[in-house]
Design a protein around this ligand. Structure first.
Ligand code: PHE
Length: 336
């Protein structure tokens, strides 16, 4: 019996030295308890007078081993923590990863600024679909099939009556069909035309404005545009309206701003004229109002449409529209 105890002691002690984790130590303890139980089970075969002495030995052995397990538990826990620290160690001398902050694209900046300016004058934003029917993009805008004005915009057709919208003006119809006056909306969005050079891109952005109410006149349009020019460019920027033609406005105007580069004296940017053309506008044609169920004898309105790229190019002095779409980080990071 004594020999069995001694064997178990040395076996467990040896194994205990090798434990490295709490789990291993716990497994060993279970094993020890099981073996000890077997030894204690053998006690019943001992002669009666030897039992008390042997019981004492077993008890002392049990206590001594339990203490050892406790001490080992402290060591093992320490080891485990050490290993964990080692694994999670942070090398504070290592150079950090340089993460660059993103910035808004100049088109987004200008679009947001335009929305801010017009929202300040009470305009609400409406966004129409980029794929339009022929009706919304042309016919309802007083531009029926075979109308020569369709040639003003080279259109990408998807099907006979389905196209990529060439102008955000399509949104005017969508709004007037759903809403009755007073109407005051701003409609930003992408438009598409088969057109490609230094100042034209097949995809570009427009910002459409539409105001319909009783007693709206061209003076309201001019006053509102003057306010826009002052806010977008400078306090001294002047607005000039020139007669023009759009099927959906009557009268129609082309709107120029005094050149921000030379202040109107004439320079290369304004080709010596002192003026820069920025948008098309006019009084909503009565046929367009009628097409949307608005009574043209009761209501009048004005509309305008400007190219967001054009405004961005003027504001930031960009001379090629393509730089706005190449996404060259050296170019766009200048607008942070
Ligand atoms: N839709 C016209 C264009 O793209 C601009 C415009 C809008 C003109 C509203 C008048 C009124 O050229």
């Amino acid at each position: 019996m004594k020999e069995k105890i001694e064997n178990l002691r040395s076996e467990i002690e040896l194994a205990m030295e090798k434990t490295a984790t709490g789990t291993e130590l716990y497994q060993l303890k279970l094993k020890f308890q099981a073996e000890l139980k077997t030894i204690m089970g053998g006690m019943k075969d001992l002669p009666k007078e030897e039992k008390p002495a042997f019981g004492k030995i077993v008890n002392e052995f049990k206590q001594a081993m339990e203490e050892k397990f406790e001490l080992r538990a402290i060591v093992v826990r320490e080891k485990e923590m050490q290993a964990k620290y080692e694994k999670e160690r942070i090398d504070i001398s290592m150079p950090g990863k340089n993460r660059k902050n993103g910035a808004l694209h100049p088109i987004t900046l200008v679009k947001n600024e335009l929305i801010d300016i017009f929202a300040g004058m009470g305009f609400k934003v409406f966004e129409g679909p980029e794929i339009e029917t022929d009706y919304y993009n042309f016919t309802a805008l007083n531009t029926p099939k075979d109308h020569p004005a369709r040639d003003m915009q080279d259109t990408f057709y998807l099907a006979e009556n389905l196209l990529l919208r060439t102008q955000t003006s399509a949104g005017q119809i969508r709004v007037m069909e759903k809403q009755s006056p007073p109407i005051k909306i701003l409609s930003p969005g992408r438009v598409f035309r088969s057109d490609d050079d230094a100042t034209h891109s097949p995809m570009f952005h427009q910002m459409e404005g539409l105001v319909v109410d009783k007693g709206i006149t061209l003076c309201d349009l001019q006053g509102m545009l003057a306010e826009f020019a002052r806010k977008m460019f400078s306090e001294t920027t002047k607005v000039r309206l020139r007669p023009s033609y759009f099927p959906f406005t009557e009268p129609s105007v082309e709107v120029d701003l005094s050149c921000s580069e030379c202040g109107g004296k004439g320079c290369r940017l304004c080709k010596g004229t002192g003026w820069i053309e920025v948008l098309g506008a006019g009084m909503v044609n009565r046929h367009v109002l009628e097409n949307c169920g608005v009574n043209p004898d009761e209501y009048t309105g004005f509309a305008f449409g400007m190219g967001v790229e054009r405004i961005a190019m003027l504001k930031y002095g960009i001379n090629n529209i393509k730089t706005l779409f190449e996404n060259d980080i050296r170019f766009i990071s200048q607008f942070e």
